[in-house]
Design a protein around this ligand. Structure first.
Ligand code: NDP
Ligand code: MG
Length: 390
């Protein structure tokens, strides 16, 4: 590869963003950073920019722009602020690939901007496809852009599908660690605190996805993500609890053969595979030992204790804006849990109540998604404040 690939890293200060910068720094002959973006953490963004020397650094929180500009002026790094500046960064002429690693709904608009500008996407922000998978696929159909999944399960499926005919796939099996409450009783879960929920057994991730893993809504989102990425019907996508997080997912073919991708739980592997457009490069990352394979276990998920998981199938059956509403209600609920305003067990109640009240839209346009997201957030916030008894 002679051409150095220019990357825009959106969400550069987060768990995925910083691991992506680690991979990029290990391969200066392959990658350069054109733009970095973050939400509000100016210091971490400035530090990353000083190390990676992008042309542009963007902070979503406009009140932090002056501080960012002052920090980066001596280095000749341009700065910008606001949600629209993220879209502009994603569409910059010199950018080849946009790594979308912001959290939540904020990933949608820059991803659409990147696709409209013909950029390739290394997609970590699963909420983009959860909220608006149909719309995004429609845009991709008329664009040279390609999506490379970063989510470990989808990277695993992508790896298993190489060299295969998609019509020979019988089903996708998405593995789930089961999160911190895998072995808890329903009574224990009813009393779970935010700190219990933040204690993920296998992965160190941002707070929001860690809570989503504890409710298993993350797995529901991954089922929806797989539907849009691989074109499988909902009944062809199943989740299985695999507490060791060694098998990252599996594909079963029509002849009964199953392929799985295995590795240590380290997001840098799927990040590197996505940035490298499916090439395999030795970054000297931790390796699996055969002893780690001596105990691989699988169990069916418990939908009674993890009702959020079942929301995947409700969303895929109802289509329209249902998943957008679920995502918005969840973002509000998770933020309230992190502020210790509600309990872990309230998250499902907030989502359920919001789904009951939000307006249904059959074939949403982009503007409908914007409106539906805002409406669902308002309903969820209202529900939380009116049910505050503790
Ligand atoms: P983090 O919370 O660690 O990082 C989020 C990043 O997004 C930060 O850089 C943050 O900036 C930035 N950000 C937050 N809000 C905004 C906004 N409104 N506009 C622009 N930037 C914003 O999250 P993760 O890295 O854990 O997750 C990122 C995405 O990747 C999520 O969609 C998640 O589901 C997905 N993912 C993560 C995995 C993981 O292992 N962490 C695995 C698979 C998928 P700041 O620091 O300034 O707040
Ligand atoms: Mg995942």
């Amino acid at each position: 590869m002679s051409h150095i690939k220019n990357i825009a890293v959106l969400g550069a200060t987060g768990s995925i963003g910083s691991q992506a910068l680690d991979i990029i720094r290990r391969a200066p002959d392959r990658y350069a950073v054109s733009a970095l973006a973050a939400g509000s953490n100016v210091q971490a963004l400035a530090q990353a920019a000083i190390e990676c020397r992008p042309r542009l650094a963007v902070i979503a929180d406009e009140s932090k722009h002056a501080e960012l500009a002052a920090a980066l002026r001596p280095y000749g790094i341009e700065t910008a602020a606001g949600a629209e500046a993220l879209e502009a960064a994603a569409a910059m002429p010199e950018v080849d690939t946009v790594l979308t690693a912001t959290v939540g709904y904020s990933g949608l608009a820059p991803t659409i901007a990147a696709i409209k500008a013909g950029k390739d996407i290394a997609l970590a922000n699963k909420e983009t496809l959860v909220v608006a998978g149909e719309l995004v696929n429609g845009l991709l159909a008329h664009s040279p852009s390609r999506i490379y999944p970063v989510d470990s399960e989808h990277s695993a499926i992508d790896q298993c599908l190489q060299g295969e005919d998609i019509s020979s796939v019988r089903r996708l099996v998405i593995t789930a660690s089961g999160g911190p409450f895998r072995t808890w009783t329903a009574e224990q879960m009813a009393r779970a605190t935010v700190d219990d929920a933040l204690h993920h057994p296998n992965w160190h991730m941002g707070a929001k996805i860690t809570i989503d893993s504890a409710t298993m809504l993350n797995k529901a989102f991954e089922i929806i993500e797989a539907h849009w990425l691989f074109g499988m019907r909902p009944d062809q996508i199943t989740a299985v609890v695999h507490p060791q997080s060694i098998i990252h997912s599996m594909v079963e073919f029509v002849d009964g053969a199953m392929k799985a991708q295995l590795g240590v739980p380290d997001m840098r592997l799927p990040i590197a595979y996505a940035l490298g457009e499916r090439t395999r490069i030795d970054y000297d990352l931790p390796r699996l030992t055969l002893e780690q394979l001596s105990e691989l276990t699988f169990a069916e998920p418990d939908l009674e204790r993890f009702p959020c998981l079942g929301l995947a199938y409700r969303a895929l059956e109802q289509k329209g804006n249902t998943a957008c509403v679920i995502n918005a209600a969840n973002e509000v609920a998770v933020a309230a849990l992190l502020r210790r305003q509600i309990k872990y067990a309230d998250i499902y109640r907030v989502i359920y109540a919001t789904l009951e009240r939000a307006q249904r839209v059959e074939s949403p346009t982009y503007d409908d998604y914007v409106q539906s997201n805002a409406e669902a957030r308002a309903i969820a916030a209202e529900y939380i404040s009116s049910h505050q008894s503790h």
